[in-house]
Design a protein around this ligand. Structure first.
Ligand SMILES: Cc1ncc(COP(=O)(O)O)c(C=O)c1O
Length: 467
């Protein structure tokens, strides 16, 4: 064996111990970790001939990069929709790397990783009050979950017309309806060959809402004259966490022929709390649902699940089957994840989720969701009370969308945000809501507490005084 590999094999315990201590140092000081950094661009990175071994590599990483790693999993990182990492999820994530499984099949000679994935999906369905008649699986993020679900929906439309799009490619126009699709859903339409522009916009309810206007949806359905269509609906729009009326959509499904997809990347977690589960009422009737795990489940990147009704499993297999690899056998005979989702190879993403769900249970996740909403509300109250700021929309759940009260031009909003983020104590990202430039603060991290809100509001006041 090559001598550095041999040395590292002998020193495995010492290597992991050192890495653990470095990781612990990050985690224990996470609330104090800076939330942004200025990095130099990389020029001329050459691979050394000899290698330096694990210990020296860790030392080099520490010297070169570690101090620049930002506290993205910390309590005041409110940009995008970025969750943190619960202690148990990190245990599971470490072990997922160590066991290095590739969950594919449940055959008797396979490994147990698919059973772990199936068991985790059951726990997730229970957490979200969804019935057992969904087939679920882990993918890298909500984008890939949307892709998986919409891929099966595309095959469904083809079959409704007697065509097999998976085999023969798309023929004719597809009818896609949506009110406020997340950008990732449009990216999926592009990746699926449908085209990101090729959807019909449904009107939203008036009065500052992002939810589907059911009357307009009815009108759009009538105009299709019975042609099958895909409806992309939202459990939590990214700007204002608005929810479509799932009970009304479920009723429409009784008399109309459509595939109903729900993007619940973060908003699906409303189902974890009796205070907010009315928002997801009726979502159990959907054909497919997207939920992100690296957001409100607070497991490490990257992780999300798709749920597709088991009655559509044949369509799902037609969409993703590896039909020309004889060594994989007949896809309809033995269940194999590689015939049900885009990736043929995946890490055991279910393990961090299984650890976290098992460790903290329904009560733990109820707390995580309710605490995040309380923190969003505290912050939202501050915006309402601050002369220089205003909400762009009412705070409905965990995302607060706000802007500068006088002169919310793009330049001024960006300058404000730049000053705020330069504090390195808080991080937020810009957005555009109904043609207004603004800022979105998303609360999904399990660690955020009232003391963090004090720090955030104090930094905001400094930034408003600065511009
Ligand atoms: C509603 C919604 N859908 C999809 C996504 C895409 O998620 P990911 O980045 O995990 O692919 C996001 C991310 O913020 C989201 O908020």
């Amino acid at each position: 064996m090559e001598h550095l590999l041999k040395e590292d094999l002998i020193n495995f315990e010492a290597l992991l111990e050192k890495a653990k201590l470095q990781g612990l140092d990050y985690l224990q000081h996470l609330p104090k970790r800076k939330t942004s950094t200025v990095v130099q661009s990389i020029t001329n990175a050459n691979l050394n001939e000899e290698g330096i071994g694990g210990l020296e590599t860790l030392a080099q990483f520490k010297e070169k990069w570690e101090s620049q790693i930002v506290g993205a999993s910390g309590p005041r990182y409110l940009g995008y929709v970025v969750g943190g990492t619960t202690p148990a999820s990190i245990m599971g994530d470490w072990l997922a790397s160590i066991y290095d499984q590739n969950p594919q099949t449940v055959s008797s000679q396979g490994d147990v990783s698919v059973q772990i994935e199936h068991a985790t999906i059951q726990l997730m369905l229970d957490l979200f009050q969804l019935p057992n008649d969904f087939l679920g699986g882990f993918v890298s993020g909500a984008t890939m979950s949307n892709f998986t679900c919409l891929g099966v929906a595309r095959q469904w439309i083809g079959k409704e017309r007697g065509l097999d799009f998976a085999k023969d490619g798309i023929q004719g126009d597809l009818n896609i309806l949506s009110a406020v699709p997340h950008s990732s859903a449009l990216k999926c339409l592009s990746m699926l060959g449908i085209g990101s522009k090729n959807y019909t916009l449904i009107e939203t309810i008036k009065e500052n809402r992002e939810a589907i206007d059911i009357q307009d949806l009815r009108r759009k359905i009538e105009s299709l004259n019975g042609a099958p269509f895909i409806l992309i609906s939202s459990a939590g729009t990214v700007n204002t966490a608005d929810f479509d009326d799932f009970k009304a959509i479920a009723e429409l499904k009784v008399n109309h022929n459509f595939w109903w997809h729900i993007d619940g990347a973060f908003g699906g977690f409303a189902a974890c709390s009796p205070k907010y589960d009315h928002l997801t009422e009726g979502w159990d009737k959907a054909d497919s649902i997207t939920v992100d795990c690296h957001k409100w489940l607070n497991v490490p990147y990257d992780s999300a699940v798709f749920f597709v009704r088991k009655q559509h499993s044949k369509l799902q297999m037609e969409t993703f089957q590896n039909s020309n690899a004889p060594y994989l056998g007949d896809p309809s005979e033995n269940f194999n994840y590689l015939n049900f989702l885009p990736e043929n190879s995946r890490r055991l993403r279910a393990l961090p989720a299984w650890f976290s769900l098992t460790a903290y249970g329904k009560k733990g996740y109820r707390y995580i969701v309710e605490n995040a909403v309380d923190m969003a509300q505290l912050f939202s109250n501050f915006i309402e009370e601050t002369e220089a700021l205003e909400l762009l929309a009412p705070t409905r759940l965990n995302n607060v969308c706000f802007t500068l009260k006088s002169d919310a031009s793009q330049a001024r909003v960006y300058a404000f945000l730049d000053t705020l983020n330069k504090s390195k104590l808080v991080y937020m990202t810009p957005t555009k809501y109904q043609n207004s430039f603004g800022i979105r603060a998303s609360f999904v991290n399990w660690r955020t507490n009232a003391a963090d809100i004090d720090i955030i509001t104090s930094e905001i006041l400094k930034a408003t005084a600065h511009i």
